[in-house]
Structures are given as C-alpha cells and as structure tokens.
Design a binder for this molecule. Structure first.
Ligand code: PEP
Ligand code: MG
Length: 840
C-alpha cells in the first residue's frame, strides 16, 4: 500500500499533500509527525475517491489489512480546504454479530449495543439513504434498541444488514464519494469559493471507541475563545460518547478545565487532561495555528483524532494572528496575510450578531457597513427631534440630498429607496461611519402616509422599530441582537505592522473636523479629498449659501460671499491644525447650485420668508436653474469659470487659513483641487485667478506661503488629454465615481435600480461603482497617469473615488505607480492592511 499513492498509510514520510489528499489527511500526517497518539489512518487521494464515485473500487482488503483484525473503523472527508465541507463522518464500520459478542464480553453489553446501534442507524441513513424517521420509534437503549434498529433496517431495505467489514467499508466509501458529486454539495462548496473541480479525499481511521470500561469518552478542546481570541481553554468532554456528541446542545458534557459551574475533565482524569493540554499547545506551535483538537479517551488512554482550525469572529481572527506572531510562531507578514481586509471593516462598527434571528423585510445595496436599530422617521427634522429626545432613529428617505445632512448626523442609520454605492446617502454614510442601505427598490416608501412597505407587503409606520444592516444590505423588522465594535490593542498592533510593510500611501476623504479626527485616529497620511460643498449644509450656512445663489449681480454675490469667507476660513484652519502638517487636499466647490435649493413647497416657502422675497420669485428662480441632466450640467469647474467669485472666495479662505494655521507650527502647504475638468483652458483660467488671490493675500499680510494646485481627473476627456493639463498641475487625482459614470454613460444615482440584475446576468462581474472596472475605466486611469507623468515628471498621482478603499482597486493603483489612495475615514484601516498585503 505504501507504494500506491492513491491509498496511503499515514506515516511521517508518506507522500500526502493538501492538493492530493485534502487538508484533513495532511493535518493528520502532521500530528503523526509530532508523535501524537493518533490512531492508525489510511488516506485516500482525490483521484482514488473520484474513481470510487465512478464505481472503480480500490483494493478494500488491502485497506482493511492495514488495521488490526478486530478494529472498528471510521471514515471522514478530507477536502482541500476544510471550509468546503464534505459528507458527514461514518463511525464504527466493521460492527457485526461477531464483534458485538467480543465487545459485549470485553466492554459489556450496553457499550457493545450502543456502538452497534449507532452504526446501523448511520449506515441506514448515510449509506443506504433510508429515511431517518424510520428510527423514531426506537427508543430503548441496549440490546433491545439494537434489535429494533436492525429490524427497521431490514424491513425497509429488504435485505439483511451487511456483516462483512470489507463490504461495509466499500459501501461507505462509495456513498461518501458520490455525495461529494451531488448538486447541493457542489453548490454549497462553490458558494464558499471552491473551484468547480474541487476534489475530495477520505481518511479511514481506526476507531478509538470512547464507549466502554474505565474513563472513556470523547470531546474537543481549544486554547482560545472563539469570540475574543483571548487564551482560554474551551470545549467539552462527554463520558461514554463518540464523534462530536459532546457538542450537542442537550448533551451532559462537562467542562475541560476546572470550572465553578460544574464538573470537569481536569477533575475526572487529571493526567489525561494535562497531556491533552500539552498536545494542544504543541499543535499550536507546530501547525502554526489555533486548532480545535478532537480527542477520545479509551479506558483512560488518550487518542488525538483530528485537528481543525478554530472558527473565529473577526475580533478573534485579528487577535489570534497577532498573538501567533508575538509568540514567534508565525512572522508579522504571515499575520497580516491571515486577516482579510473585510474582517477589519466588521471590527470598526457594531454588527448584527451572527446568531441573531433575521426577519428580513427588504434588501438594498450595502452602502456603509455596520448596523443600527431605531424608530422609523421620514424627514431630517424628525430625525433631529428624535435625537433631541434621545430616541435612536432610522432616517428613511426616497434619496437623500444636502438638506438631509443634519438629519443623517442625528439618525443612527439611513435607508433609501433609490441610489447606488456613490449616491449622496452612501458617500455621507461611509464618511461619518453611519450604517446605510441604499437602493432598496423592492420596498415602497410612502412619505405622505408615513409608511414603509416591506418586500412582503407588511406595513411599517413612522415610529416602528427596524434594524438596518449596512454590512449585508438587509433591512430587518424590530431590534436585532448586536455585536459591539471591537478595536483592541491587537488591531492597533496589526495596523502598525501593516504600515511598516506597505509601499503606497493612504489618505482619507474628510470634509469636517469630525471626519479629520477619525482619519487621524486611523493614521491616515493626510486628507486626499475634502468636498467643500459638504461644509455648507449647516443650517446657518445653508441660508447664506442660498442667498448667494439668489444674488442677481456679481456685486451682490460678492457681498454674500464675504459672509461665507470667515466660515470657510475657520473650517480650513481647523482641518490644517487637526492634520498637524499632513497634506490636506481641498476640492473647490463641485455640485450644481440648485442642489442647495429646497425641492418641496414647504421649503420654498421658508426660503421666501428667509430671503424676504415673494414665493413666486423663489419658484421661478429654482425652475430657471433646474437642469435636464445636472450631473453633466453647470457644476465643478464650469461653475468656477462662469461664476469665478465662488472659487476666489474659497481660495482666499484657504490661503488665510494657511497663514493662520502656520503660526503655531510648521508651514502648511495646502493642496487645491479643481473638479470636473475636461479642457486645459479651464485649468488655465482657474489657475490664473487663484494665483492672483494668492498674490493678493501675500501682499496684504506681507507673508509668503506655498500651495499646490491640482486637477481632479473625472471626465474621460481629462484622462485622455492629461498631457495638456498636467503642466499646470502638481498633482492629478482620479475621481473614479464620476469617471465610472461617464465612461459607462451610467448614472451613479440611478444604476442601483438595475445593478443587481446586471451583475446576476453577468453583464458586469461587479458593480463598477464599487470595484474599479480595471479594463475600461482602468485604461483611462493608465492613459491619464502615463500622459500626465510624461508631461510633468514627478507629478503626484492618486485616486479619491470610492474605489480608493477597495482592496482590488488599491492593487490596480499600486501597479499603475500611484502615490496614494484616498478613501472614507472608516475604510482607512482596511486600505492600510490591503496595501500591506500587496507589498508582501
Ligand atoms: C469622484 O467623482 O470620484 C469624486 C470623488 O467626487 P464626487 O464623488 O464628490 O463626485
Ligand atoms: Mg466627482
């Protein structure tokens, strides 16, 4: 057998590998190499199992002859990745009348009957594929229970129960091999990432009975807590049991180490417990992983049956990786590779607990991770009132607009019917760490009746409690059990290690001092995008802003802008001071002006009052400003060119803040970014006017300062004409939200409605607003970067669209030689880890 690679006795030197015999076989071999008391085991390769499924049986006698003549056997699955699962184990193969008599003589009739009954029942269900219900009436233990089980089998199968161990083993192997090929098994493992041709190995092992005289039983042990990852001996042991019986909910299993709550294995069998602990520690050190040890005790003799990777929460995943590295068992680089970047984003927010019951009433795009429960409110002002009362609320809107900002700050989560991953609600939600589900188009939002209608027709009124799960995109009825965010010292340690290794900078998109603080806490290396329009949503400012929009003449407009100037100066001074000399990239005003005007009658009336204008003037002005396609209309630099006073005010505020913030520290060098450029002349014009403002401020204050001017590349033309544009710039930052929108001709605010259909039907492999389309949009990035760099060597290149926080997109930017990526503050840790993994 040793020479047959398909059926191999597991010895230290046997040719066994994960990709030929599966993870379990390989793990057992490692345990054998560690000299642990592992029962004799034979491993069947993927190839052998495939043949068995086709009906080509290996030499069964040769397998059986590897074991003592009176041994019972078990067969367990061994897939390449244990997470891919496999058919359930079958225990006690070889039981027949003769062995029953032997066991009854040596262990007693009760133990012999229990073993045989278990085998008959699992053979009937797992191998002969009979209905498990047929044993419902078999209630009696002992010999009578065995008789009844055999009788039930024979009545149903219409053949005697097979008594030849070789025949039994062949049937078990065949049924397990075929189960792996079944449709549901295939779908299940493919959902866990298994390739279509994933193989299954099988291991045949001598049973450690766990039932019989003296201290006999079985259990599992691990050295860490699954939830926290902290060292803690956990697990269960059940006397007179086999397999994973000890883990069944209603079992009378005992603790492992001494425990005030009840009996423990440590008290029942102190020496066995001590040995078990030692073996587990050895496994941790040599298998370089936290393992759950499956063991059996046979009349006081310990057997190690198996080891599987401990299942773990996100928090535990980080702590386990860090502790293994701190203990010198793995390297820091390995620890970093063992944590999925996605895992970190789970740690940063409260989440619906994995064991919570989910009453799903709607689904949308998971736009901002984390979960929150609260009462439904339908307007921003209700959200504020609710917050003032101290009641958590969920802001439910068809879509959000700048007017909702204050309501969003007051709410615990946001749900919108429309919008995609780059919609207003999504961008703001991610920016401030607010759980958010957008584009829940299967639900109906009836604002006038103040009702939210679930996908299944259930009606929820204002004040009803729902839960938003922004991690999964689900909307749940009622309050869900939550798991708290868990940022512990292991997280910090892992982040420090990531920073030592990564070779691309990570900045944050931050618009407010609060965002900047979050960015700094997560060690962002600067602000890569400050969307200044977000600074005007404050109630006091919104009215001034609206006055500015309503100004009839340039002179009137300048007068109102004079009032906005000190506010902006204060904003920028705060940002510069908070970032303590780290770069801050300020984007000049971007959106169409009418976004700042009220959409409904009530708001328009309020505005007429505030501006002391007739309502008709207000409505006329609003309709005059409305555009058929505002996203492609008068926004970004186009505003800057046609109404230059706005950018001039912002530039002055930035420069005055620069001088102010430079007073108590190193000189601040602000970065000013021009949005939505498509032609070089736009940059020329804006640069001229900003340079003039800089000169004026220098002259007025008799002080000098530097600044860097750059362009946001977010139209395809800007990417293609980067060679024209770059000579005016210190940096180019790719705004991939608009660039994706314009490259595809796909509205970022409307695509959510049909995106899932498109992804499901394979038109797009992923939502391109979420994961960068490296083929199309990516080509624009590459062309823009190459042409920009050729025209202006040393120019700084970056990305600041939402893709900046996505690991695959970071990989693309790193390959393209970008200097940094900028993402929402809460995604900074994810980006730091993803970037480190790319450098390893
Ligand atoms: C972009 O378009 O990628 C971008 C960052 O700007 P915004 O999302 O504000 O349009
Ligand atoms: Mg943009």
């Amino acid at each position: 057998m040793q020479n047959n690679p398909n059926t191999t006795l597991v010895t230290p030197a046997a040719p066994i590998a994960n990709h030929t015999h599966g993870g379990r076989a390989k793990c057992l071999q490692r345990l054998v190499r560690l000299d642990l008391p592992v029962p004799r085991t034979v491993a069947l390769s993927f190839d052998a199992v495939q043949r068995i499924a086709r009906g080509e049986m290996p030499d069964i006698q040769a397998i059986v002859s590897q074991f003592p003549a009176d041994a019972l056997l078990c067969v367990r699955p061994s897939s390449e990745d244990p997470d891919w699962g496999g058919p359930g184990a079958v225990l006690n193969i070889g039981m027949n009348d003769a062995r029953y008599s032997d066991l009854a003589a040596s262990l007693g009739e009760e133990a012999a009957s229990a073993i045989f009954t278990r085998f008959v029942q699992s053979y009937a269900v797992d191998v002969a594929r009979l209905d498990p219900d047929m044993f419902d009436d078999v209630t009696e233990d002992g010999a009578r229970g065995l008789q009844q089980s055999l009788y039930a089998y024979e009545a149903e199968y219409e053949e005697p129960f097979p008594s030849d161990p070789a025949e039994q083993l062949a049937a078990v192997l065949k049924s397990m091999a075929r189960a792996w090929d079944g449709t549901s098994a295939r779908l299940l493992r493919q959902a866990k990432g298994a390739p279509a041709d994933a193989g299954l190995g099988l291991v045949v092992q001598e049973m450690a009975l766990g039932v019989g005289r003296g201290q006999s039983g079985s259990g599992v042990l691990q050295l860490v807590n699954n939830e926290t990852g902290l060292p803690q001996i956990t697990g269960r042991y059940l006397s007179q049991s086999q397999g994973r019986d000890a883990l069944e909910a209603d079992s009378e299993a005992v603790y492992l180490s001494k425990d005030p709550r009840g009996t423990s294995l440590e008290e029942l069998a102190p020496e066995v417990f001590a040995a078990l602990k030692e073996h587990a520690a050895l496994m941790r050190a040599k298998l370089r992983e936290e393992m759950q040890v499956e063991f059996a005790i046979e009349d006081g003799r310990l057997c190690i049956l198996d080891g599987v990777r401990v299942t773990r929460s996100s928090q535990a995943a980080v702590r386990i990786a860090v502790r293994l590295a701190e203990d010198g068992i793995i390297t820091r680089a390995e620890a970093l590779m063992r944590v999925q970047p996605r895992t970190l984003s789970e740690l940063l927010h409260r989440q619906v607990s994995p064991d919570a019951r989910r009453d799903v009433i709607g689904r949308g795009i998971a736009a901002s991770p984390g979960a929150a429960t609260g009462q439904i409110v339908f307007t921003a002002s209700e959200a504020q009132a609710s917050a003032a009362r101290g009641d958590p609320c969920i802001l439910v809107r068809r879509e959000t607009s700048p007017e909702d900002i204050r309501g969003m700050h007051a709410a615990h989560a946001v749900l919108t019917e429309r919008g995609g991953i780059t919609s207003h609600a999504a961008v703001i939600g991610r920016g401030i760490g607010l759980p958010c589900v957008v584009g829940a188009s299967g639900m109906r939002f009836n604002r006038s009746k103040r009702q939210l209608i679930a996908e299944d027709g259930r009606v929820f009124e204002a004040g009803d409690v729902i839960t938003i799960d922004g991690t999964s995109g689900q909307v749940l009825a009622g309050a869900s059990k939550m798991r708290e965010a868990a940022l512990d010292e292991s997280f910090q340690t892992l982040m420090d290690w990531a920073d030592e290794l990564r070779d691309i900078d990570i900045r944050a998109n931050a618009d407010t001092p609060a965002d900047a603080r979050t960015a700094r806490n997560f060690a962002a290396q600067g602000i890569g995008l400050c969307r200044t329009e977000h600074m005007f949503f404050d109630s006091g400012r919104l009215t001034v802003m609206r006055e500015m929009i309503f100004a009839e003449t340039s002179q009137d407009r300048r007068a109102v802008l004079e009032r906005l100037l000190p506010m902006q100066r204060e904003d920028f001074t705060q940002l510069f001071s908070l970032m303590k000399g780290k770069p801050v990239c300020i984007r000049l005003f971007d959106p169409p002006l009418h976004e700042f005007l009220p959409a409904d009658r009530v708001g328009q009336r309020e505005l007429a009052e505030a501006l002391d204008l007739p309502l008709s003037d207000v409505t006329r002005r609003i309709s005059a400003m409305s555009e058929y396609n505002p996203m492609l209309g008068l926004r970004g630099v186009r505003l800057g060119v046609t109404i230059p006073e706005i950018y001039e005010m912002q530039a002055r505020a930035i420069f005055e803040a620069t001088l102010e913030a430079s007073k108590d520290g190193a000189a601040v060098v602000p970065e000013i970014m021009i949005p939505l450029v498509s032609a070089k002349r736009e940059v020329e014009l804006v640069k001229l006017s900003i340079d003039a403002v800089a000169a004026a401020v220098r002259a007025e204050q008799n002080k000098s300062f530097d600044y860097r001017l750059g362009v946001m590349v977010e139209t395809p033309r800007a990417a293609l004409r980067a060679a024209d544009i770059a000579p005016y710039c210190s940096f180019l930052s790719f705004g991939t939200n608009d660039l994706t929108q314009m490259a595809y001709g796909l509205s970022r605010d409307d695509a959510g409605r049909f995106m899932s259909d498109y992804v499901r039907q394979g038109v797009f492999s992923e939502d391109p607003f979420h994961v960068l389309d490296t083929e199309g949009v990516g080509e624009l990035l590459q062309v823009g970067a190459e042409r920009g760099r050729a025209a202006q060597p040393g120019i700084t290149l970056s990305i600041c669209g939402e893709h900046g926080g996505n690991p695959e997109s970071i990989a693309f930017c790193r390959d393209a030689g970008f200097d940094y990526v900028s993402c929402s503050p809460f995604r900074v840790p994810v980006a730091r880890l993803a970037a480190a993994q790319l450098a390893i």
